[in-house]
Design a protein around this ligand. Structure first.
Ligand code: ATP
Ligand code: MG
Length: 332
């Protein structure tokens, strides 16, 4: 039997799962769950680097898991669990990986610098070690393929470097994990500042749970082409020229994008109409997910997570055993 490539993917339960998470990672894992040995986990330990809203961690965890199932993740095909159920194995592996990862590289990592600048009161050892823990999430199952948005490519590159260094010391135990091809999605925030992020708050993202009216209101207020001050002026429908056009690239069909581009450049379509079209395109993507989400209960998700927990543990324990042998501990 030809073995399927091992895929790993996770999401932090730091807030409402949004359309950026869907484009950057979620839809790929759902597409690839047939052809890969997929592992999908809610990254609850990683979420502790962010001090999230008032909702409890357990509630946020179930909610994120429910949205993935609603979007089409099938726990009968993918191994579905929460990271903390294999905390012992993950943190042990992260400790070993941390021994081959130079501290300077972690401190120079652009995502670390960005988070440290945004939240100067939350610069912990754990934040600097985020890429090492992420490498452990992937390598604990010997992951080969990782669907990620553009923001995580730098972490994946660090995981590859960790594998090379680990192999140089202890032999070739791990494959070098690769991003899923054609991955470079970076869905922008509605404010036009940076990427859409759960932890930046509800006003900057569109959640997969948002009803139609909320999507419309949020898109109406979204930052657009700053140079198009009047409808009669032609706009700049490019990724960098207009945030709303950038969003159209992810959610509208190619022919819709074409007609918006022409209409905007000739001032035939104004921002109000263009935004209404974007809201319709986003609603088209989100509606089946939202409807299924509303039918799922917490008990359904609990049962599905229980199914994956044991499978994840077996795989994690197997890897840890091999790692201890490769390192050469005296075992008894
Ligand atoms: P947080 O603000 O808590 O970091 P987040 O929105 O960045 O939340 P993560 O849980 O960190 O979400 O990431 C989950 C997955 O979604 C990752 O694969 C990440 O690359 C992807 N992702 C996150 N934001 C975007 C985005 N705006 N565009 C594309 N992909 C994204
Ligand atoms: Mg993130």
């Amino acid at each position: 039997m030809i073995s399927k490539p091992i895929l790993t993917s996770g999401i932090r339960p730091t807030g409402d799962v949004h359309i950026g998470n869907y484009i950057g990672a979620m839809r790929d894992i759902i597409d690839l769950q047939e052809t890969t040995d997929a592992h999908f986990f809610i990254v609850d330990i990683h979420s502790l680097t962010t001090h999230s809203d008032e909702t409890s961690l357990a509630k946020r965890t179930i909610d994120a898991a429910k949205l993935y199932v609603a979007a089409g993740l099938d726990p009968h095909k993918a191994t579905f669990y929460t990271q903390s159920v294999i905390a012992a194995e993950i943190t042990e592996l992260a400790t070993y990986l941390g021994m081959v990862m130079p501290l300077g590289e972690l401190l120079r990592c652009p995502t670390f610098k960005e988070k440290a600048k945004k939240h100067p009161d939350h610069v912990h050892y754990g934040l600097a070690g985020y890429p090492v823990l992420m490498a452990a999430d992937i390598l604990i199952h010997k992951g080969e393929l990782v669907p990620v948005g553009e923001d995580q490519l730098v972490h994946l590159e660090m995981a590859r470097a960790i594998v090379r260094r680990f192999s140089a010391h202890y032999g070739p135990l791990f494959p070098e994990p690769k991003p899923v091809e054609n991955q470079s999605a970076r869905v922008p925030s509605l404010t036009g500042e940076g990427k859409m992020s759960k932890s930046d708050g509800k006003g900057t993202t569109i959640s997969l749970k948002d009803p139609k009216e909320v999507i419309e209101q949020k898109v109406k207020r979204a930052y657009s082409d700053p140079l198009r001050t009047h409808k009669v002026k032609p706009g700049h429908p490019t990724r960098t020229g207009c945030n709303v056009f950038h969003l159209h690239e992810y959610f509208s069909e190619p022919e819709e994008q074409q007609s918006i581009q022409t209409g905007c450049q000739t001032a035939e379509i104004g921002c109000v109409a263009c935004k209404q079209m974007l809201a319709t395109s986003i609603e088209r993507t989100v509606v089946p997910i939202r409807q299924t989400y509303e039918q799922l209960t917490d008990a359904d998700i609990h049962d599905l997570l229980l199914m994956g927990k044991e499978k994840a543990k077996v795989s994690a324990q197997q890897t840890i055993q091999e790692v201890r042998e490769a390192i050469g501990f005296y075992m008894y």
